[in-house]
Unconditional design. Structure first.
Length: 145
């Protein structure tokens, strides 16, 4: 018997959606299902892992999370300022620890994309699978740099 997992069933889709939903300080993600799928378990495990890293960082740096409150005018001004910059005008400074952290995140994303690509191919969605493959290859090259 084949069990269809439902809408937004890939690991990457669940992580993306839950990340957006939980940005607010009181944000919550509630998963409803008869059975915990591999994607759901991955989301739960990954969320716990990331939360422990964030809590440790917050404690070490004496940070208390709070919701950012901005007026519409402040948001519009920030948007105008951001639009006025060209990518070449911005100098990105990184240290070794930041690069390692970014690469670890990229490796996680590559694995998520790989699974979504394989799922797309299995569902005969070859154009989607090809786009995911290209995205995955691009990230893998960035990791090696």
């Amino acid at each position: 018997m084949l069990i269809k997992k439902g809408f937004l069933r890939s690991k990457s889709s669940l992580v993306q959606t839950s990340g957006r939903a939980a940005r607010h300080i009181d944000g919550k993600v509630i998963l409803y299902a008869d059975k915990i799928t591999d994607s759901m378990q991955y989301l739960i495990d990954e969320t716990d892992r990331r939360r422990s890293i964030q809590l440790e960082y917050n404690k070490k740096n004496k940070i208390t999370p709070k919701t950012v409150k901005k007026s519409v005018d402040e948001i519009m001004q920030a948007t105008r300022v951001a639009e006025s910059f060209k990518e070449s005008d911005i100098e990105i400074k990184r240290d070794i620890a930041t690069d390692r952290f970014l690469n670890e995140d990229k490796k996680i994303v590559v694995e998520m994309i790989r699974e979504e690509m394989l799922e797309a191919a299995e569902n005969l969605e070859f154009e989607k699978a090809a786009k995911l493959r290209d995205e995955m290859n691009k990230l893998e090259k960035e990791i090696k740099l």
